[in-house]
Design a protein around this ligand. Structure first.
Ligand code: TRP
Length: 333
């Protein structure tokens, strides 16, 4: 444990992860757990800023835990916990709020986006969302944060808050940096040839880890193709390139090469290619889906995971908070 860089990241409990989440984020976590001391947290408090109705929170939290574990995150190797179980987070959030300025918070891109989406609920939690995120990270004095591009501004704010704290009260926090394995920045294209797989866009063009075998086949077979190239070695249109990209993620290299050759020789049969891709996707997704179902059916296991994770996270949080209170001068005895 000593000496290893500390990794922290948060996962929104929005349920139902898709292939883009798997190749974009989870696979990185699974690799990082072997090299670093990792804290992975389900951001249930953050979700209250946009979803005040908590009816589905429990099942969403369970699902996101189960899906991450089924994808290879090992609760024995990492601290996998829920944000609301570690109360030190909210204490640190409070202190950091005094170091965060209204002006900079109002300028945050995600804040402006959400104000547009929910004009009738411009709550202060939404405004201070990046402060809570900074608290999550620096609570463990983490230096590496595996996140996508959309989180870079939040991370920069976390660095600012950490630096401001250090400057005012003394050096407690390292500067957290975004981290990604260079070779793993894969974008998973959507099946309709437009953009990446995403939750909010076309659902039929996104493969979920919870999709049934038949649903996977149906989605893959609907992917856009055409009548094929007419000139040898021609460039692929983007929607065809995407099918190849998806195939590279889940199919055998030799199989991909065969279809590349067929394409280059103008005798590719897209129906066959999609059938192959569908079966390889099923082979990839089905075991994950089945594992998720198994975990979701075992509430006792989920409870034990959450308890153990929270215990590990609290231990690290308590140590940081001792330093925080001490350096702030909140020690009156
Ligand atoms: N805001 C992140 C997202 O939308 C989730 C998150 C919460 C997070 N706390 C974090 C990410 C701490 C990294 C570190 O995906």
């Amino acid at each position: 444990m000593e000496g290893k860089p500390i990794v922290m990241s948060g996962i929104r409990p929005t349920g139902f992860l898709h292939l883009g989440n798997y190749f974009g984020a989870i696979r990185n976590y699974v690799r990082m757990q072997e090299e670093f001391e990792c804290f992975f947290m389900v951001a249930d408090l953050h979700s209250l800023t946009t979803h005040p109705d908590t009816k589905e929170l429990k099942s969403n939290v369970h699902r996101v835990l189960a899906e991450n574990i089924a994808c290879g995150l090992n609760p024995d190797k990492v601290a996998l916990y829920c944000q609301s179980h570690v109360h030190e987070t909210t204490e640190l959030y409070l202190y950091l709020n005094m170091l965060a300025y209204k002006g900079e918070l109002e300028k945050t891109v995600t804040f402006k986006d959400k104000v547009r989406l929910q004009p009738d609920n411009q709550n202060a939690g939404l405004l201070t969302y990046p402060v809570l995120q900074a608290a999550d990270i620096i609570l463990h004095r983490a230096s590496l944060v595996p996140v996508g591009k959309d989180q870079e501004q939040h991370l920069e704010m976390a660095r600012n808050f950490a630096n401001r704290f250090n400057h005012r009260y003394g050096d407690v926090f390292p500067e957290p940096q975004a981290f990604n394995y260079n070779d793993q920045l894969v974008k998973v294209p959507s099946l309709d040839g437009a953009g990446k797989m995403s939750k909010s866009e076309n659902q039929m063009a996104t493969l979920y880890l919870a999709d049934s075998d038949d649903m996977i086949r149906k989605k893959v077979m609907k992917a856009k193709t055409d009548s094929g190239p007419t000139e040898q070695n021609s460039e692929k249109p983007p929607y065809i390139e995407n099918i190849f990209l998806l195939m590279k993620l889940v199919s055998d290299g030799a199989v991909v090469n065969e279809f590349e050759n067929d394409y280059n020789n103008c005798n590719i049969r897209y129906g066959d290619m999609k059938k192959q891709l569908a079966e390889d996707m099923v082979r990839f997704i089905a075991p994950i889906r089945e594992k998720v179902e198994g975990i979701l059916g075992n509430e006792a296991y989920l409870k034990q995971i959450m308890e153990t994770g929270a215990e590990k996270a609290r231990k690290s949080a308590r140590a940081t908070m001792e330093l925080v209170r001490e350096s702030m001068g909140l020690n009156y005895f």
